[in-house]
Design a protein around this ligand. Structure first.
Ligand SMILES: Nc1ncnc2c1ncn2[C@@H]1O[C@H](COP(=O)(O)OP(=O)(O)OP(=O)(O)O)[C@@H](O)[C@H]1O
Ligand SMILES: [Mg+2]
Length: 305
């Protein structure tokens, strides 16, 4: 069955304004949030409650554990929807460390990460941003799609990602020494890089990197079956369609069909939607508007269903 253990994700701006506004979080996250105020644990809402389903693909779990043991900053590289976020959630659970996720975008400022002074009825008070919160209390901080952030924002992570492990909070006048448990993880889709949007070498060279890709056939089918609720036979057909479409990458498709899309198709089928309609809605229509490419993908679908 689908697994919904996502710890709270920070969306810059919203985060700054969020205190009084109810977030559309899951029940699980809201109960964790009330646990935070009750227990006084500043990271309570970021603990991964329950084991996230993660199917190991190669030696990524051992490599990550080794990297964490020396607190090496880690970069997860791979196309969209191939399991990077699920992997980091699983590792946070396995290592029993809180996970703070930040969805990066180009409007994000250094203050969104580090923190800012806020004004309330009692005057001004400092509020740690997600990066400072993770560094102060010892969480894994996951910066999702980090290249979306401007380079002048990304450089704030530099002193945390070398031997110093500090975060200067300049506005507050504090040099924050990272907690021993703190680790930084970023994700990165190499397909989307351009000269205008890439990480500086001085950022890249502060990280170890794990490559992610779509899992091999049998494993991907197992994941699709588990996550969507369809049988393994249907999942295998969906994976075949995905593989066909991936061969069209660079020949009319910018990106291959992700594992996520195959799970969406499977979920519709599990809801009783016909396989053809499910594949059209979840696989073919979202990925291309080109009529010839849609025909090619539709015929790949009819080969299997
Ligand atoms: N190895 C895996 N084990 C378990 N589930 C997986 C695995 N790989 C992919 N999935 C499934 O695929 C979905 C998409 O994966 P995920 O959200 O982790 O992708 P991502 O690489 O973070 O994509 P993006 O770059 O778009 O954020 C997950 O919700 C999960 O259901
Ligand atoms: Mg992700």
């Amino acid at each position: 069955m689908p697994n919904h253990t996502n710890p709270r994700t920070y969306l810059p701006r919203q985060q700054a304004m969020s205190r009084s506004v109810a977030q559309p979080d899951s029940f699980l996250m809201r109960s964790a949030s009330s646990a935070s105020s009750a227990s006084g644990d500043p990271l309570a809402e970021h603990r991964v409650v329950g084991e996230p389903y993660y199917r190991t693909v190669a030696d990524e779990v051992e490599l990550y554990e080794a990297a964490y043991s020396v607190r090496m900053p880690i970069m997860l590289k791979g196309p969209t929807g191939c399991g990077k976020t699920r992997f980091v959630e699983y590792m946070a659970w396995k290592l029993n460390k809180p996970l703070i996720t930040v969805a990066c975008n180009e409007d994000m400022t250094a203050s969104d990460l580090v923190g800012r002074f806020l004004l309330d009825a009692n005057g001004t008070h400092w509020q740690d941003g997600p990066l400072a919160l993770a560094a102060r209390h010892g969480a894994i901080c996951y910066l999702d799609e980090v290249v979306e952030a401007r380079q002048d924002t990304t450089v704030v992570i530099h002193p945390l990602t070398d031997a110093r492990r500090v975060l200067p909070l300049e506005k507050k006048g504090e040099l924050l020494q990272a907690h021993p448990d703190f680790q930084i993880v970023i994700s990165y889709n190499p397909g989307y890089q351009s000269l205008m949007k890439d990480l500086k070498q001085s950022t890249k060279q502060r990280f170890g990197a794990l490559d992610f890709s779509y899992p091999e056939h049998e494993i991907e089918a197992e994941i699709v079956a588990h996550e969507s609720g369809v049988g393994l036979d249907v999942a295998k057909k969906l994976v075949h369609i995905g593989e066909r479409a991936r061969n069209l990458k660079g020949h009319g498709l910018d990106e291959g069909l992700s594992t996520r899309m195959l799970i969406y198709a499977g979920s519709l089928i599990a809801q009783g939607v016909s396989a053809l309609a499910a594949c059209r809605v979840a696989l073919v229509r979202p990925i291309t508007d080109d009529p010839d490419m849609r025909d090619a993908l539709d015929s790949a679908v009819t080969t299997y269903f």
